[in-house]
Design a protein around this ligand. Structure first.
Ligand SMILES: Cc1ncc(C[n+]2csc(CCOP(=O)(O)OP(=O)(O)O)c2C)c(N)n1
Ligand SMILES: [Mg+2]
Length: 322
């Protein structure tokens, strides 16, 4: 990454982190409707991936999607308003944290069904190939999703048809409380790629540059017609699975070890070390992001709740990915 790219990525990661910290505060105040799954600790995988894409490329997400959406260019105010169940939210307050989309920025949607969006992303990649748009699609999913049949079916057809797609697994070592050691025998999710005859790459998911490098190569391959890549980004979520999880299945030692490898610390030290930024510039980013997040919360707070008479509106979707 150039210094400019790394600095932009750092800002995006700070935005994702501070946004979710604000969501946690608002949750405690009773302002957030439904639950929320935080990606705090995992910001580098979303950010490094999107930085390696063209703006018109597309992504699909999962239940832990705030970071994917913000990295792709979501408006923090509209996302916050959705979490608050307000009419100005991305799904007019009907979807909540797990069900947001904005096709205009290539964000085809997050979803609560584990692995549910991997076939959707594969279908979107098929349409891009048939239409000859040159666009690439990224499917974000977790380690737990790789145990679903939908994952295997989608990767198989994606590889068989050389579709322009990247299967991006954020392996945060747990699916709810189940450790990866209990769920599969491969040492890396990337090892599974050989079953589909595609490249499998495992990267440090807390290092935004490592993710960026792997996705850049995979995107070139996909755009060139050579088909998918399966990328494993090894990372860790600092918070519980969702708001109701007390994380009793993890050790303090394990958590401390990952906290030392914080994606923001890695990126900031690299920026300073390379002379691409000084601490004052990073402080300015913090201040700007704090203002942006405060404005998002203000927008959400002041937005109206949906009119109950409109509850059936938006039930049927029109889908156009051209
Ligand atoms: C089909 C289906 N089965 C089970 C669930 C319940 N569930 C929600 S999240 C989750 C774990 C997902 O783990 P992973 O894919 O590793 O993502 P992470 O939460 O770690 O980001 C499960 C089992 C679900 N939402 N959908
Ligand atoms: Mg997981």
């Amino acid at each position: 990454m150039t210094g400019e790219m790394l600095l932009r990525s750092y800002r995006t990661m700070v935005l994702i982190r501070r946004f979710e910290e604000a969501v946690a505060d608002c949750f405690a105040e009773g302002l957030v409707v439904g639950t929320a799954h935080f990606c705090i600790g995992q910001e580098a995988s979303a950010t490094g991936t999107v930085e390696a894409l063209r703006p018109d490329d597309m992504v699909t997400s999962n239940h832990r999607g705030h970071g994917h959406f913000l990295a792709k260019g979501a408006d923090p105010g509209r996302l916050m308003a959705e979490l608050f169940g307000r009419e100005t939210g991305y799904a007019r307050g009907r979807g909540g944290s797990q069900h947001v989309a904005d096709f205009s920025i290539g964000f085809l949607g997050s979803h609560g069904i584990t692995a549910g969006m991997i076939p959707v992303a594969t279908g979107a990649a098929l349409s891009q190939k048939l239409l000859g748009t040159g666009r690439v699609v990224v499917a974000f999913f977790g380690d737990g999703a790789t145990g679903q049949g939908a994952f295997h079916e989608a990767v198989n057809i994606g590889s068989a048809w050389d579709l322009p797609i990247i299967y991006l697994c954020e392996n945060n070592l747990y699916a709810m409380s189940t450790s990866v050691d209990q769920s599969f025998r491969v040492t890396s999710v990337a090892d599974r790629a050989c079953a589909y005859g595609i490249p499998g790459v495992s990267v440090d998911g807390n290092d935004v540059e490592a993710v960026h490098e792997a996705v850049t190569e995979a995107a070139e391959r996909a755009r060139g017609g050579a088909g998918p890549t399966l990328i494993e980004a090894r990372t860790y979520r600092y918070c519980g699975h969702s708001k109701s999880d007390e994380c009793l299945y993890r050790t303090d030692e394990e958590e401390a070890c990952w906290l030392e490898r914080d994606p923001l610390i890695i990126a900031s030290e690299r920026l300073i070390g390379r002379g691409a930024a000084d601490w004052a510039a990073l402080d300015t980013i913090e201040t700007e992001v704090a203002d942006e997040v405060a404005e998002a919360v203000r927008f959400a707070r002041e937005s109206a709740e949906p009119d109950p008479a409109t509850v059936t509106e938006g039930v049927f979707a029109e889908f156009d990915v051209t």
